[in-house]
Design a protein around this ligand. Structure first.
Ligand code: NAD
Length: 294
């Protein structure tokens, strides 16, 4: 299966490299010359334009920042839906709004293409290790066709339902992630401000009822855990601006369904304040700095 991979950023690059290492022929495309160079260094082929990347592809995977970019890439007379071979499988793993995912699935079906929304969880470490969780919206047929490719990049593949449901699962998950990351940072900073070392408090809470993924895998305090963004000046990882986007998606869904999400709304405000103080390009665990008085 020849694969075109569009978007070789923090997530897309390691995902595409895993496909290359699994001997899939992959042609990558990204707007950033640095990302393109990195991919070439890992043995990937690259194209000058998205249309060149998809010309001979059997499957297209995209890993892009937001729904507008995804819509512009695929839709309309100049979009990739009009450029791919008949029957091509399209997997959008970007985190975007449900409506765009559903519109893309409808347009793809009208053009006799297969489209799934397949956003992921697991962060850049999961992308590098090939252990991502995929949350898939779309038909069973399309998912089964994508499975051999998803299996290379992920460990858990869930069929969440019809088109758009992968995105719905993802925004619910990330709203919860934002809440427990902010709460974890708040608790660790409270301990530190009163003389309890963050590494000691982390160890205690990991074995207690406050345990959660942020504590286990992504400690927000610099120096407590190796290999996480907090121990690398909050570089790499998952940007505050992207978390803010995801919280916006969750709140849009809440508004549309007249659902109350008070903790999600508070988390969105905290991350918006944090982004507004110049931290938008840092990893989202840098929310710890908002609480840290040391
Ligand atoms: P990123 O900003 O590191 O990467 C996005 C890449 O897309 C960049 O390299 C950029 O140059 C490229 N790009 C932008 N517009 C383009 C276009 N029109 N054509 C081609 N390339 C284009 O972001 P990321 O962290 O890799 O996130 C990508 C998606 O994955 C987002 O939707 C994000 O919400 C989601 N996500 C991220 C993480 C994480 O931990 N970073 C985890 C799960 C999901």
């Amino acid at each position: 299966m020849k694969i075109a991979f569009i978007g070789l950023g923090n997530m897309g690059y390691p995902m595409a490299v895993n496909l290359v290492n699994a001997s899939f022929p992959v042609i990558g495309y990204d707007l950033s010359a640095i990302q393109v160079q990195n991919f070439t260094n890992e043995g990937g082929e690259v194209a000058e334009t998205p249309a060149d990347a998809v010309r001979d592809a059997d499957a297209v995977i995209s890993m892009l920042p937001n729904g507008d970019i995804v819509r512009n890439l695929y839709s309309g007379a100049d979009g990739l839906f009009a450029k791919v071979k008949p029957g091509t499988l399209i997997v959008d793993s970007s985190t975007i709004d449900m409506q765009t995912a559903r519109d893309m699935a409808t347009e793809a079906q009208e053009r006799e293409l297969m489209f799934i929304d397949a956003p992921v969880s697991g962060g850049t470490a999961g992308a590098a290790a090939g252990t991502l969780t995929f949350m898939v919206g779309g038909t069973t047929d399309a998912l089964e066709r994508a499975r051999p490719v998803l299996d290379v990049m992920g460990l858990n593949i869930f069929h969440a339902g019809d088109a758009g449901n992968g995105q719905l699962a993802k925004m619910c998950n990330n709203m919860l992630l934002a809440v427990h990351m902010a709460g974890t940072a708040e608790a660790l900073a409270l301990g530190a401000a009163n003389g309890l070392k963050p590494e000691v408090l982390s160890k205690i809470m990991k074995q207690s009822s406050g345990d959660n993924w942020s504590l286990q895998k992504y400690n927000p305090v610099p120096g407590v855990m190796d290999g996480v963004p907090a121990s690398n000046n909050y570089e790499g990882g998952f940007m505050v601006n992207l978390m803010l986007k995801d919280l916006g998606l969750a709140l849009e869904a809440a508004t549309a369904s007249q659902q109350t999400t008070p903790l999600g709304a508070l988390a969105r405000n905290l991350f918006a304040l944090h982004a507004g103080s110049g931290q938008g390009g840092k990893d989202f665990s840098s929310i710890y700095k908002m609480f840290d008085n040391s």
